[in-house]
Design a protein around this ligand. Structure first.
Ligand SMILES: [Zn+2]
Length: 276
């Protein structure tokens, strides 16, 4: 705050905070470029239209729409939606240009979803070999940066959303800086080791320690029948079953942990276009 004394009184000039009132994400998300990539933030959570999203682009490694800037999952999760058959920038169209864009939605523990847009044609389904339902680690290749859809120049559009919550959730990309600004130049760093276990219908005894993540999915029922299955402080987990999740007496989720259970089809998310 800067104050100036005038004859008629004191006028104070408040410097607007650069930290708008956005909710922080529950998950920690890495920068969604392969490790070691220099990344420039062009639109941050407060300057993007609409707000709450990021636009970022790889720098220093040649042109986009090639293999120069691999896009990776920002956190462990399950692929919920892929569109990667487009290859052009659209003509004049509706604001979302949904019929022209390529994108990937991933559902994470804590119920948050992340979206990656404008990627190169077929780089998700063919190059990365992904399909809906696949589990990915933080750092798993999703495709290549490009400018498909309503993109003004090559870049990655990245956002985090929570189903049924109209507010956008800016991301925590690191513990040292929770919000990136539109002038930032950053270098993507490596992820921690991927720790999910896949497709187990009956779960063995396990203690998930601090920062651990466990994701399970099964077509019908997940049953925790183990004597000990504990999510401890700082861990988070997710179970997705088609019909039921049965938690036996050994299951505990301690204070400070996050546990997310999804029952049924992903089409009930509430995020328009996320899972059609
Ligand atoms: Zn964008």
């Amino acid at each position: 705050m800067k104050c100036t004394l005038f004859i008629v009184g004191i006028t104070c000039f408040f410097k607007a905070s650069t930290q708008p009132q956005f909710e922080l994400s529950e998950n920690i998300y890495r920068v969604p470029y392969t490790s070691g990539t220099d990344v420039h933030i062009t639109n941050d959570h407060s300057t993007h239209s609409p707000v709450g999203r990021y636009d970022m682009s790889g720098t220093g490694n040649g042109s986009s729409c090639s293999a120069n800037y691999p896009i990776v999952a920002a956190a462990e999760g399950i692929i919920r939606r892929i569109v990667d058959n487009h290859n052009t920038k659209p003509p004049a169209c509706d604001p979302n240009c949904a019929d022209f864009n390529n994108y990937v939605w991933i559902e994470h523990a804590n119920g948050e979803w992340s979206k990656y847009s404008h990627m190169k044609q077929f780089s998700t389904t063919v190059t990365a070999g992904l399909q809906v339902g696949d589990q990915v680690c933080a750092g798993t290749l999703l495709g290549y940066e490009c400018e498909v859809g309503q993109a003004s120049g090559p870049h990655l559009h990245f956002e985090v959303r929570r189903p049924n919550d109209p507010a956008n959730i800016p991301v925590i990309n690191s513990l040292s800086k929770h919000y990136f600004d539109a002038v930032d130049d950053i270098t993507s760093s490596a992820s921690t080791a991927c720790t999910y276990n896949s497709s187990l219908a009956v779960i063995a005894s396990l203690v998930i320690l601090n920062t651990g993540i466990r994701i399970y999915q099964a077509a019908n029922t997940i049953t925790v029948s183990a004597p000990t299955f504990n999510y401890l402080d700082g861990s988070n987990g997710m179970m997705h079953a088609g019909s039921s999740v049965i938690l036996g007496p050994g299951f505990t989720a301690s204070s400070g942990s996050y546990f997310h259970a999804r029952i049924g089809n992903c089409a009930t998310t509430g995020i328009a276009g996320a899972c059609q």
